[in-house]
Ligand binder design. Sequence first.
Ligand code: ADP
Length: 261
Amino acid sequence: MCPPKPNASLSTAIGAPATRGALAILHDVTQLERLERVRRDFVANVSHELRTPLAAIRGYAETLLDGALEDPDNNRKFVEVILAQATRLTNIASDLLSLSELESNALKVPAQPVSIRAALESALRTVESAARVQGVRLFCEKLDDYTVIGHELRLEQVFVNLLDNAVKFNRPNGEVQVEMRGNNGKVSILIGDTGIGIPSEDLPRIFERFYRADKARSRAMGGTGLGLSIVKHAIEQMGGTVQVHSRLGEGSEFTIELPTA
Ligand code: ADP
């Protein structure tokens, strides 16, 4: 990673007969370089993600001003596209804000005891109508109550992101199953679906920011590609883990494990 510099002054100093000792200071910059690369990639990805909706908004607004406003067959459709793309930008901005808060630990409220069941039930209510529209049924089993230490809204966001994906990447008449199990000071929450599944080659990368296995469906459903990285960050910050098992064409199961309070 770090080849020695030929004729560096260091080797002269060590070998020099007049000196009694030598001090070598070596800096391992591997991590710094990695972080710099991650930062560069992130900025490039954000710009790329913003460019598409912005171009669409601009294009459709120009088309409307160029005469399509008077075209009753299309004007409403064009305004709907503008609205959908503006919603996408709002989602990206709010997910980026969540990620940056998680990374900088910037939440003003200190972590406190949170009921898993309350967060889960609230998340289920949030995705209920989307599930109905998609023809996906939600099932819950054994929702006992456990308390963990964290932030209520964050935990709710984690469950909304997972449930929303389980609905979005499902099939008509599909199912989403939620289960909770507690043992040995830990609680596991399982969210399984009968959806399209995730190809095994994509599985190791789906928690990365902006990584999408099914790009077309994610974009069509207003996805930002940031949901799972928010899940991972938030759960790890609470001392927990998140795992995924998936079979292509059969479904996926996400398991969150958290230490109980
Ligand atoms: P998105 O906004 O696209 O949902 P996420 O970070 O939440 O972004 O998920 C990343 C990708 O992982 C998705 O685009 C999708 O390809 C895949 N994915 C996540 N959850 C599921 C699921 N339950 N079933 C199938 N694919 C999923």
